[in-house]
Design a binder for this molecule. Structure first.
Ligand code: SMG
Ligand code: MG
Length: 372
């Protein structure tokens, strides 16, 4: 039993090294909420991956701050916690807001892992000491600059590349990348930019041997995805549509996808992430860990969850150097790409990264401390 004495929220913002463009817009900075959970002389850290605007998801920094401050933090403050399940059950009254829930829940996981002297990966039941990773390449102004960026990442050692696509930036782009790198494991992500009427585009993509096509249709849909999956050979992977283990089961039951992208934030925390992992494992459906341009805090949680055995596809968990200018990430050490396109799993207790106070303060726009 451990009593939660204090929870702090930090609204931070960091500049991205390279603007990141998806079908829903271009981003130059990354804002998020970091959560620290204090008990028994230990501090656990969680990252809430809601962004400044409701573009990827309906949650924002502002909605997450509200739901954390007014509902989630009060439900655990001063409470005795024995396992992450105690937190998950206290959150059950809150509908929606998975990223807000995950920010606090993953902080409790880190705290409990530290209290047990165990790496988070071990506490989750993970088995690997390295996790396979790839890189997600945004939409570029020209095909030439896209090819340059892919070449740069292939040279850096990334063994799997994901291309962002949107109408007008799809079949020809994938063809050009495939012609230059015939054997590169490649996948695409539409972030919901298409409708079922665009099925011919996805049938055309079948010829390129893609690992998967991520979230081609509406961000909350599974029905049309099932219709599209029946018309194409390439596996559909759902991202935006899966907010919980129930959503995962519903999608698999109707054949809406053959792969699931697990993001700790989008599904409401590490407990739910592991449940989706287990469900997919039981059904023979591979999963992989998605990315939300996390700081090293969220990245460490992603690496930990990706050690579970059914994370068989490379994750969007790139090396720290891909995201923020050197010395700006709020936590250390940085994750470095190994020669085999993997990241090593930290072996220190908890997340295995430590937040640097000066860096946190430099990035912090707003701070709140709530005592139990
Ligand atoms: O963290 O390397 C990363 C980015 C991975 O492409 C990525 N994420 O839809 O899967 C996705 C996008 C969402 C990014 S919006 C912040
Ligand atoms: Mg995606």
């Amino acid at each position: 039993m451990i009593k939660i004495e204090r929870v702090e929220l930090y609204h931070i913002e960091l500049p991205l090294l390279h603007p990141f463009e998806t079908s829903f817009g271009r981003e130059f900075t990354r804002a998020c909420v970091l959560v620290s959970v204090h008990a028994a002389g230990l501090t656990g850290w969680g990252e809430c991956t809601a962004e400044a605007g409701p573009w990827y998801s309906s949650e924002t920094v502002e909605t997450a701050w509200h739901v954390l401050k007014d509902f989630l933090v009060p439900s655990v403050l001063g409470q005795e916690i024995a396992s992450p399940d105690d937190v998950v059950s206290r959150f059950r009254r809150v509908r929606g807001h998975p990223m807000a829930r995950a920010g606090l829940e993953s902080g409790v996981w880190d705290l409990l892992a530290q209290a047990q002297g165990a790496p988070l990966a071990g506490l989750l039941g993970g088995e690997r000491d390295r996790v396979k990773v790839g890189v997600s390449v945004g939409i570029e102004a020209t095909l030439e600059s896209l090819l340059d960026r892919v070449a740069q990442h292939v040279d850096e050692g990334y063994g799997r590349v994901k291309l962002k696509i949107k109408p007008g930036w799809d079949v020809d782009v994938v063809r050009a990348v495939r012609e230059r790198w015939p054997d590169l494991p490649l996948q695409v992500d539409a972030n919901s930019a298409y409708t079922l009427e665009d099925a011919p585009i996805f049938q055309a993509l079948d010829q390129f041997g893609l690992l998967l096509i991520e979230q081609p249709l509406h961000y909350d849909d599974i029905v049309d995805h099932a219709k599209l999956q029946a018309q194409i050979r390439t596996p559909i992977c759902l991202d935006e549509s899966i907010h919980s283990p129930e959503h995962a089961r519903w999608a698999l039951d109707i054949g809406a996808c053959r792969v699931i992208n697990i993001k700790v934030g989008r599904v409401g925390g590490l407990t739910a992430a592991r449940q989706i992992h287990d469900l997919c494992d039981a059904r023979g459906v591979p999963v992989w860990c998605g990315g939300m341009l996390e700081t090293n805090v969220g990245r460490a949680a992603n690496v930990a969850v990706a050690t579970l055995p059914n994370f068989t596809l490379p994750g969007d968990i790139s090396a720290s150097a891909r995201y923020y200018p050197l010395g700006r990430d709020v936590a250390e050490p940085n994750f470095v790409l190994n020669d085999d396109s993997t990241l090593s799993v930290p072996t220190d207790p908890g997340l295995g990264v430590r937040v640097i106070e000066g860096r946190l303060n430099a990035a912090c726009l707003r701070h709140l401390a709530e005592n139990g």
